[in-house]
Write a protein that binds this ligand. Sequence first.
Ligand code: SF4
Length: 217
Amino acid sequence: MTSTLVTDPPLDCPVCTRLVEFREGLQRDFPDWFNAPVPSFLGENPRLLVIGLAPGMRGANRTGRPFTGDYAGDLLYETMVEFGFAKGQYQARPDDGLTLTDAMITNAVRCLPPENKPTGPEIKACRPYLMATLDANPQVRAVLALGRIAHDTFLTALNLRKAQFPFAHGARHDLGTRNLLMFDSYHCSRYNTNTGRLTPEMFKSVFTSIRIDLPRV
Ligand code: SF4
C-alpha cells in the first residue's frame, strides 16, 4: 500500500475504555493470544472490501487475522476460495499461507467487544479506520457488509442515509458515490448458521451476485 493514511489502529489504542479494560484482562488471562486491535487482511489492489463486525474472542482476537480461528472464518474463507477471492488452504492460523486475491477483509470495530456487542460510541470511535481503509484503496468497487452493523457504519462513514439503502440479506445497493456497490449478507457467525438464518447456499448466492459485477480477472 502506497498511502500514508493510518488504516490500522495502534496495538495499544486507548480510545474505548471498556474495550481496553476487556483487552487488558485477556492479556493477563491469555498472554499467548493476540489481544489487540486486529489489522485488515489485504490482497493486492483489492476490488472487494469485506467488512465484518468485530474480532471474535477465540478467532481474530486470539490469532490476529480477521475471521481466523473460529467458525465464521471456516465459512467465509471456504466461500472466498471457491469464488476466487482467496487462494491456498485455510487452516485457521495466520501462517497458513492463505492469500486474498482482489479482496481485503476488515472489521467495523477492531477490538473485541464483550459478547460481540460493540456500543454506538465504540462503533463511531473506530469508524475513522474504516474510512481510512477505503480512502487508501480507491480501486475498491464492491463492499460486502456482513451484518447490519457493518452495513450501517459504512453508510455513515460515507455520509449516506440508511433509509435510502436498507439492510437486507442478498441486497445489492448502488451507492452513487465513489463508483461503489454494496452487497449485504447476514453475518457468517456460528449462531446465524446454527439457527438457519444463514445457510452456506445463501452465503454463496451473495458471492455469485458479487461475481456478476466483479468478474474474475
Ligand atoms: S475499537 Fe477501535 S477506536 Fe476503540 S480502542 Fe479499539 S481500535 Fe481503538
